[in-house]
Design a protein around this ligand. Sequence first.
Ligand SMILES: [Zn+2]
Length: 553
Amino acid sequence: MSKIEIIPLGGIGEFGMNCMGIRYRDEMIIVDAGMGFPEETPYGVDISIPNFDFLEEYRDDLTAIILTHGHEDHVGALAYILKKFNVPVYGSRFTLALAEKRLEEFRMLDDVLMHRVEASQTIEIGSFKIEFIHASHSLVDCFSLAIHTPVGTLIHTGDYKIDDTPVIGEPYDLKTLGRIGDEGVLALLCDSTNSTVPGRTPSERAVIPAFEEIFEQALGRIIVATFSSSVHRLQIVINIAHQFGRKLCVLGRSMQRNVEVAEEQGLLKVPYGTMVDLGSSRALEDDQIVYLVTGSQGESRAALWNMATSTYKGLEVEKGDTVVLSARIIPGNEKGISRLIGHLYKRGANIIEEKRRLVHVSGHASQEDIKIMVETCRPQYVVPIHGEYRMLFRQKEFIKNHVAGYDDDNIILIENGDVLEIDEFAAKVVEKHEMHKTFIDEESLGEIEYDVIRERKKLASGGAISLVVTVEKGTHELIGEPQVTFQGVAHIDPLNGFSDQARKAVVDAIGDMKREHILDRSFFKENLRIHLKRFVQKELGTKPVIVTTVVEV
Ligand SMILES: [Zn+2]
């Protein structure tokens, strides 16, 4: 009897980049293809994706990509995986609408086969039968997956919370989950993002009273910053704006795009006449307008940042404005948000953040939701996914201590690049691979080679030295003095004579070289680089990047 292999490419032990391979014999499906946002921007890189080259060994096995929902950390890397492995994609109507917008930017839309699926639908892909379970989350039209295989059924929760009263759509479909639980579940792959948070995650509706209060009290303009994908939240702001007789103006590219898509799909309901464009918004009195903007994470290119630091298309935050930050702080963004809030205070705005009023609720399952999930589907094994290692670990601890029948043997912690083999008799990691991230250049959206990042890292830590040596074409004799210039190298003082010493070291090195070693130009260059590197390391104790140029005249 064959086993199932669970192979995470991303999202385990880190925030974002969710992507998982699930393999049975020579068939493999991929669940989600997300991007990540490296915490401390490493050397000019803001976006990372899983290393899809890893899948090369499974090229012939790949049959489909299944999307659980439309968040960037689940679909943001779709274009990159499809460029390498063009397999059919399955997802909900809204998820595919968001994914299609992204694929359009890559001009790939015509080359990709997209299949729209609905909640409660089951599709067959080879030996896999995939049942889509309606899930509640901060986004709409989300799925948990029941992946039925000849070895047993896996439940992949996707991102979820158990919201009994969502603003848009139905509550989490626990009934179907319970039915599948009765039939038997081999393993539950369960979202860990909020596994450190006690209790239940409040419903999306829980923020309504705070928003009503804010709208009641605000005398000036109201500016609400939230994630453009938090469709429930957008609906709440639209409803309350309408209720209080304010018009709504949407600013920021991703916010405008998502509002448009959600409205087209009939998910977001905008009362007639509520929405105005920027031009018309200016003509309104301060107490008649709400701006719904991007930039809740302090992103320096977003609408709110520009409004707070200079102007956004002529719009500035002013005294008397109420700014609502209706979002959680994504790890790594603390400093940016803190700077943003500083700028807003300087401009005299009243700022309302999550800590002051309930203007944000999480979209992820807290401990008691996780308990409901485990008790409803009663899996043989639990595999915590989606989250930093601390969160995976805490999910394991929580389930061990609060749900009967689970312990170290049947709650399995894995890492990216592991191959977890699983059947009804055992679950164990049989292979481990080191998983690199792939970094993406935000301007060109192209992949940045790993060597480039390594080089940038070296430049940042040691600076650079440029060495130019001029030789005569015929005689190969050195002409003039070598030129050595330093950029960002520590302990270099124009007066301490280090440049002269470095030049002398190069001249001496050339003097000691055999003629045939100078004739071979690439060998000559490399030799010069090594000599200068050793000299600098000995004298200064640093390792700058050294670029050597040989000029022939
Ligand atoms: Zn999500």
